[in-house]
Design a protein around this ligand. Structure first.
Ligand SMILES: [Zn+2]
Length: 258
């Protein structure tokens, strides 16, 4: 049983607005490699060759195959207890008239599968697809037909279909980023979970929250650049820490209401 500071539990119970940022560590606990398996088939390629528009135009089949391989992994894995705890916490705050805004750098949609709603996907997701020429959504789903070896063609313009992720050199979706900044600036508690807090602009959100008066909490088994700014550090995997944190929040909350 982990122990948490009483003032952290109290802050979480009393919070009306909570913002959460999750990063690669949360997915890694489910078995999704951070960017790619360093020993695997894809190690010989540079990230830009596999995850940029230039790379896609140079070798569409290769890039498509890489995403199909990642989709295969994501189909196989399941959300971990950390994903489920965040979904349960979001429902718990909603029942009490508060809100938990979940912001993620992950593209695997494991938060959705665990039941979280209104997830702000800063980097898009690899489940959906759209046309690289006219940007219309395309309804190809890996699970319906995993054996598609090359990018499908857009039924409107004939352009190549690409995964709905944000590639190197591309801007983050403006409305999603604005909503994330808003959540960071208006929350009582900000949880930074399983992210190295080094990739901007996502990395700026925790400090932005703190500057606006939020309690900043980091959950990560390893120290990061954010650790020394955090008001509370829980040095544990999110799959262990979050279910226990939520359980103790609920205990404190029910004790307080007696
Ligand atoms: Zn098109």
């Amino acid at each position: 049983m982990m122990t948490f500071h009483q003032h952290l539990l109290r802050a979480l119970v009393e919070a009306r607005a909570v913002a959460v940022l999750t990063g690669a560590g949360v997915s890694a606990e489910s078995g999704v490699a951070t960017f790619r398996d360093p020993n695997g088939l894809w190690a010989k390629f540079r990230p830009e060759e596999l995850a940029s528009m230039d790379g896609f135009l140079k070798n569409p089949a290769l890039v498509w195959e890489w995403y199909q391989a990642r989709r295969e992994v994501i189909e196989r894995v399941t959300p971990n207890p950390g994903h489920y705890a965040l979904a349960a916490m979001q429902a718990w705050y909603a029942e009490r008239g508060g809100a938990l805004t979940l912001i993620t750098q992950n593209v695997d949609r494991l938060h959705h599968r665990a039941g979280s709603t209104d997830v702000l996907e800063l980097h898009g997701n690899i489940v959906e697809n759209y046309c690289s020429r006219c940007t219309r959504p395309h309804d190809y789903r890996y699970s319906d037909n995993p054996d598609v070896k090359e990018p499908p063609r857009c039924s409107y313009c004939g352009g190549m279909i690409r995964p709905a992720v944000v590639w190197f050199g591309e801007m983050l979706p403006v409305n999603i980023l604005a909503a994330a900044h808003h959540a960071a600036e208006h929350c009582d508690v900000f949880l930074s979970i399983g992210t190295s807090a080094e990739v901007y602009p996502a990395a700026g959100l925790p400090l932005e929250a703190k500057q606006h008066g939020a309690l900043l909490v980091e959950i990560n088994p390893h120290p990061t650049v954010l650790t020394r700014y955090a008001d509370e550090v829980i040095a544990a995997p999110s799959g262990e820490a979050l279910p226990q944190l939520f359980e103790q929040m609920r205990l404190l909350s029910s004790a307080a209401s007696i």
